[in-house]
Write a protein that binds this ligand. Structure first.
Ligand SMILES: Nc1ncnc2c1ncn2[C@@H]1O[C@H](COP(=O)(O)OP(=O)(O)OP(=O)(O)O)[C@@H](O)[C@H]1O
Length: 411
């Protein structure tokens, strides 16, 4: 088995393990001609999205990403063609009814500003006639799913939350009635880069847990390769340039347009394909508040560590002092460092580098789904992965030029 086929087998195995609750989406000869425009915004698109996949639409401004997305829930009516969700032809369905079965998330969450978080999340369930207890239970479940404490957030107004928190509530609201399909229009466009990485990781975790079909429009190719099981690259007029996995797109750009779009940094774009979970982590020595400093230092030295991580009862990091710092006190003290860089297993190596740079640190802590520390990644480890990838890429280039050269000789 080649590395590639091993990767593909692992990928399909992990997909098979997922519970899929999403539905397939099919666009069949779909056209959008806006009134008063000479050319159609979407010329004619045929597209199949598998149930339980995340598909990212990317392409330059004005190429028809949003138009295509909004035709799926008929916020924009197609001029021609048919759209199927599962086996249902939804082209003739009542659009309001249709939109109750498709979650929709826009930039900044799109929450009703004068409604509490709970009222926002309960909007569609109320329309569907759910009773108050069922709505309250669902709200609690969804807030927990998106990583917000229900007691703290349920009664807040959107203005009293950060952009990232509003966006999480936007995702919770879109999932309220358990729709099989979630459409997201540049959902993370308005948040800072670190929050964006956290929200992306949260979305991947939610997707793995729920198995919805998610279509996401983004401007950012890196975001598309991180989130998408498949990426759809469009050019003007909604023309499909390539629809494939991120790996295939980077390895074999289908057209000169795709090549230019993904840019000359394609080798480093592989960094966005390498996940934190794919590389070996450095182990960390942990300690609890109140432990004897001498004992902790001895334990760390025996493992060759120069720093430790102080964790709480759930294994979540509070601080990561050096052994010199630990030695200044008899016991491990309770200090919380709010700027600890952490990444999830689904984060990319690029995300890991970004968090290190943002925190001016030479490493990041790796945490599991509940935030417990499982290891660390240092800048040296990441650099050695990058070096390996660059030398693989160079070896590949040499082969191409050698083949071209010998072909030239024999012709
Ligand atoms: N309501 C409208 N009336 C007329 N033309 C429109 C309308 N909405 C979009 N268009 C045009 O249709 C084309 C596709 O627009 P669309 O918003 O789908 O592109 P996009 O790829 O999502 O762009 P962006 O990345 O800038 O959001 C553009 O040329 C746009 O000007």
């Amino acid at each position: 088995m080649t590395d590639e086929s091993i990767g593909a087998a692992a990928e399909s195995a992990s997909k098979a393990e997922r519970t899929v609750t999403g539905a397939a989406i099919r666009l069949d000869g779909v056209v959008k001609q806006y009134r008063g425009q000479k050319k159609p915004a979407v010329q004619k698109i045929d597209l199949e999205i598998e149930a339980g996949d995340i598909v990212a639409f990317v392409g330059p401004s004005g190429c028809g990403k949003t138009t295509t997305l909004k035709m799926i829930n008929r916020l924009i009516e197609p001029s021609e063609g048919r759209i199927f969700i599962g086996d249902r032809d939804v082209t003739g369905e009542d659009p309001d009814k249709l939109r109750q079965s498709i979650g929709y998330v826009i930039q900044s969450g799109g929450l009703f500003p004068h409604w509490s978080v709970a009222k926002n999340i309960g909007a569609i369930p109320r329309v569907l006639g759910w009773d108050a207890k069922r709505i309250a239970d669902r709200t609690e479940y969804l807030l927990d799913l998106v990583g917000l404490d229900a007691n703290d957030f349920r009664d807040r107004l959107p203005k009293d939350m950060s952009g990232g928190q509003q966006q999480r509530v936007g995702v919770a609201r879109a999932l309220a009635a358990d729709p099989p399909v979630l459409l997201m229009d540049e959902p993370f466009g308005a948040v800072d880069p670190i929050t964006r990485v956290r929200l992306q990781d949260k979305l991947i975790a939610i997707q793995h847990e729920l198995g919805k079909t998610i279509v996401i429009v983004t401007h950012d190719f890196e975001e598309a390769t991180k989130l998408g099981d498949k990426v759809l690259i469009l050019s003007e007029g909604g023309h499909i340039e390539q629809y494939a996995t991120p790996e295939e797109i980077l390895a074999k750009p289908a057209t000169p347009f795709v090549e230019e779009f993904i840019g000359s940094g394609a080798t480093l774009a592989h960094l966005t394909l390498s996940r934190v979970k794919d590389v070996a982590h450095d182990s960390v020595v942990t300690a609890r508040v109140g432990d004897s400093s001498q004992e902790v230092i001895a334990r760390a030295r025996s493992k060759g560590a120069t720093w430790i991580v102080v964790v709480d009862e759930h294994g979540r990091a509070r601080s990561w002092p050096s052994l010199e710092e630990v030695a200044t006190k008899d016991r491990i003290t309770d200090y919380i460092d709010n700027r600890l860089p952490t990444v999830a297993p689904s984060s990319t190596l690029n995300d890991a580098l970004d968090s290190m740079l943002a925190a001016s640190q030479g490493g990041v802590l790796v945490t599991d789904g509940r935030g417990a520390v499982t290891g660390a990644l240092t800048i040296a480890t990441i650099m050695s992965v990058i070096r390996g990838q660059l030398s693989d890429a160079r070896a590949g280039d040499d082969q191409v030029s050698y083949a071209a050269y010998t072909e030239g000789q024999t012709a």
